[in-house]
Design a protein around this ligand. Structure first.
Ligand SMILES: O=C[C@H](O)COP(=O)(O)O
Length: 249
């Protein structure tokens, strides 16, 4: 049965002290849950987070990585550097990486391949912009994001991939996709995977929703059959909100 996952993407927030305080509050308040709980602090605090969570059920993920093994890539982080500090999960393709740092499908395909070569778990983000939804192109956009970055992989790769559908118009805006919009897109994503890889693989892939998930809407969104959890931004920075979202699953 596919996994339920609640992941917190802390983006460029929280200094060292704030990171440690949030981690200890989350550890202390973490409810019993069947879901995997993941947090993705900023790079400089990853090793600390990993150390502080050694005896916790909360997993640590990185927010990005480079595709190269090592070398002259100023400001970048490799898969081996993450694995060296025992971080084996990485978020790739977040819309902020795509729009502010020019990451396109071709680059993401390389990053995905490197992460898979290193046997890492990938939380792969994608989703349409507002104009694309308004012009009724959201299904086409999502399909092409998936096909361009992921559909060159063989079937076994999907064991290491978690999808995160994040409509860009819902990220940090307070405007959430309705549970029905999320379900409609998640069902479309699963059908698209099924057509390419077959039902068995499509049924096992966890598909998270991201975009203004809050304690007040989490239960309705997570209640939809093709929504397997969430990638949470703003609300994951407040322990009580994040815990409430975990409880909602
Ligand atoms: O990675 C998380 C998403 O960008 C969602 O962010 P948000 O919950 O602040 O809208």
């Amino acid at each position: 049965m596919r996994k339920k996952i609640v992941a917190g993407n802390w983006k460029m927030n929280n200094n060292l002290e704030e990171t440690e305080a949030l981690l200890s509050e989350l550890s202390a308040k973490l409810p019993n849950t069947h879901a995997d709980v993941v947090v993705a602090p900023t790079y400089v605090n990853l090793a600390t987070a990993q150390r502080n969570l050694q005896s916790s059920a909360i997993k640590v993920a990185a927010q990005n990585m480079h595709y190269a093994e090592n070398g002259a890539y100023t400001g970048e982080i490799s898969a081996d550097m993450l694995l060296n500090i025992h971080v084996d999960t990485v978020i790739l393709g977040h819309s902020e990486r795509r729009s502010y740092f020019g990451e396109d499908d071709a680059l993401l395909a390389k990053k995905v391949q490197t992460a898979l070569d290193k046997n890492m778990t990938i939380i792969f983000c994608f989703g349409e912009e507002l104009e694309e939804r308004k012009s009724d192109n959201h299904f086409t956009v999502v399909e092409s994001q998936l096909k361009n970055a992921l559909f060159q992989l063989d079937g076994t790769a999907w064991e290491n991939i978690v999808l995160a559908y994040e409509p860009v118009w819902a990220i940090g805006t307070g405007e959430t996709a309705t549970p029905e919009q999320a379900q409609e897109m998640h069902a479309f994503i699963r059908k698209t995977i099924s057509e390419a890889y077959g039902d068995a693989i499509a049924e096992e892939v966890s598909i998270l929703y991201g975009g203004s998930v809050k304690p007040t809407n989490a239960e309705d969104i997570f209640g939809k059959p093709d929504v397997d959890g969430g990638l949470i931004g703003g609300a994951s920075l407040k322990a009580d909100d994040f815990i409430a979202i975990i409880k909602a699953i």
